[in-house]
Design a protein around this ligand. Structure first.
Ligand SMILES: NC(=O)c1ccc[n+]([C@@H]2O[C@H](COP(=O)([O-])OP(=O)(O)OC[C@H]3O[C@@H](n4cnc5c(N)ncnc54)[C@H](OP(=O)(O)O)[C@@H]3O)[C@@H](O)[C@H]2O)c1
Length: 271
């Protein structure tokens, strides 16, 4: 049978953590423009409300619903899942995007930079998913598995620390837990995949690519010679969450302009 709606998300409900800024906002754009009802949650309610207002002004079939939540504690995660269970009888898509980083030289890298980063980037993904699996499983259809998409990073794939030691390690952990959960949740008809982005403009990367000079400098280091755009994230989310992606699980999708396969000069080539 030939299908012409491989990327449609009409009638689907999604949750995007940190969905009001940066890569989370790009994922939200992908979901809502494909027709999904998208809940976005983060600590700053005003940011979520502003993003929802802006996207709801477009002529999309989907809608964005903002709420406040903090993923940095077990109670905060429970509050978020309570809200989702209270407002929805179905949840088809979970995008675990919220994250943080910490950059410092090796010699002065502080002890607390490990717990804080791993707590949000790894523990919160695991516990939020754990609590939402029953709803995701109950919402999955035989021809449309429910989806979890984790936001990893190219820094979790290649040994580029850039002083973000705990961050890079946390993103490797995100990729690994993605594969483990993909294996375990297949029998509940839930796919689990990750995006592994390279440089995208956001609050997190503002220090490096917040202006055109920085963007040009960083672009030169990317094999495809540019930083990422909203379309790059939106399209990959639509693929992984649409009908067309329903046979893909355990994938770590590189959205990094080739950084993931950049190994430097050839071994035997001329200088
Ligand atoms: N930008 C890049 O180049 C890049 C590359 C690879 C991977 N990533 C990943 O992409 C994801 C998004 O980062 P970003 O670059 O888009 O930076 P960002 O704009 O700083 O996004 C981080 C988001 O997480 C939310 N957040 C932070 N702490 C939270 C908490 N305790 N509870 C709930 N929400 C929280 C923030 O909202 P509040 O402050 O309102 O809570 C914000 O919306 C991260 O996982 C990051 O590691 C980014």
């Amino acid at each position: 049978m030939i299908s012409n709606n491989l990327f449609s998300l009409k009638g689907k409900t999604a949750l995007v953590t940190g969905g009001s800024t940066g890569i989370g906002l790009m994922a939200t754009v992908g979901l809502v423009s494909a027709g999904a009802k998208v809940f976005i949650v983060s600590r700053k309610l005003e940011n979520c409300q502003n993003a929802a207002e802006e996207l709801n002004n477009y002529d999309f079939e989907g809608e964005v619903i903002p709420f406040r939540g903090d993923l940095s504690s077990e109670t905060g995660i429970s509050d978020i899942t309570d809200e989702i269970y209270a407002q929805n009888s179905e949840l088809h898509i979970l995008v675990n995007n919220a994250g943080r980083t910490w950059g410092s030289e090796l010699s002065s890298f502080p002890y607390e930079a490990w717990a804080k980063v791993l707590n949000l980037n790894v523990s919160a993904i695991f516990y939020l998913t754990q609590k939402l699996v029953p709803l995701l499983a109950a919402s999955s259809k035989s021809d449309f598995p429910s989806r979890v998409v984790n936001i990893g990073s190219v820094m979790g794939e290649v040994p580029m620390g850039d002083g973000a030691y705990s961050y890079a390690a946390s993103k490797s952990a995100v990729h690994h837990i993605t594969r483990i959960l993909a294996k375990e949740l297949a029998e509940r008809n839930i796919t689990v995949n990750a995006l592994s982005p390279g440089p995208f403009q956001s609050n997190m990367t503002d220090f490096a690519i917040g202006d055109s000079k920085g963007t040009m400098r960083v672009s030169k280091r990317v094999p495809l010679k540019r930083i990422g755009h909203t379309d790059d994230i939106a399209a990959s989310i639509q693929f992984l969450c649409g009908k067309g992606g329903s046979y893909v699980t355990g994938a770590i999708l590189p959205i990094s302009g080739g950084i993931n396969v950049s190994t430097g000069p050839s071994i035997f080539g001329e200088d």
